[in-house]
Design a protein around this ligand. Structure first.
Ligand code: PCA
Length: 202
């Protein structure tokens, strides 16, 4: 059983991206069951999606979980749905800022996550870690990656489950941002590990 786990490079002037820190740690741990293969995606419209699709095609994982940083959120957010739109409030790492653009002009309006989102949230919470189902992955690069991967799997009739989890800032990212929610690295890593186990068996 191969599991593709992705995070993103830092964006918006940050020095780190919590998602990549968490994904790297879990990849080093590789606790099983299954073999985790990690990949860091550029925070660039078009490029992040290209890189994850190339990884899916070469690794042929049975499970694909994308993660991204959602600064300001206080819980691990298991995303329910990806929308066919790119609408950026800030520029990406190559200065692009698409507005109201479809990701796939002939694609459906949205794709549902094919992960057991409710079970994943339940199991993370049973560990005492804050988590919830989120009904919006936003309209930035993370949403594009989630939408594009689900579209690729459906178009190619590839039998893999896929979805996306947003991760809060790490504590060091709250410096200079009073009142901002954060989650400790070990907590987020454990939450992601449990989410992954749930996705494999529920
Ligand atoms: N978060 C952004 C893109 C990269 C990341 O880590 C998002 O939520 O779209």
């Amino acid at each position: 059983m191969k599991i593709l786990l992705t995070g993103f490079e830092p964006f918006n002037g940050e020095k780190i991206n919590s998602s990549w820190e968490v994904v790297q740690s879990l990849g080093e741990k590789n606790p099983g069951p299954g073999e985790i293969i990690v990949c860091c995606l550029p925070t660039v419209f078009g490029e992040g999606l290209k890189k994850i699709i190339a990884a899916v095609d070469s690794i042929q994982p049975q499970l694909i979980i994308g993660t991204g940083q959602a600064g300001g959120r206080s819980e691990l957010c298991v995303e329910r749905v990806a929308l066919n739109v790119a609408d950026a409030e800030i520029r990406d790492n190559q200065g692009q800022q698409p507005l109201d653009e479809p990701i796939r002009p002939r694609g459906p309006t949205a794709y549902w996550s094919t992960l057991p989102i409710k079970s994943m949230v339940k199991r993370i919470r049973e560990e005492g870690i804050p988590a919830r189902v989120s009904n919006s992955a936003g309209t930035y690069v993370c949403n594009e990656v989630m939408y594009g991967v689900l579209h690729h799997l459906e178009a190619g009739q590839i039998p893999a489950r896929a979805g996306f989890i947003h991760i809060p800032f790490l504590p060091q990212q709250a410096i200079g941002r009073p009142g901002t929610s954060t989650m400790a690295l070990e907590t987020a890593v454990r939450g992601l590990e449990v989410a992954l186990q749930s996705a494999l068996k529920d």
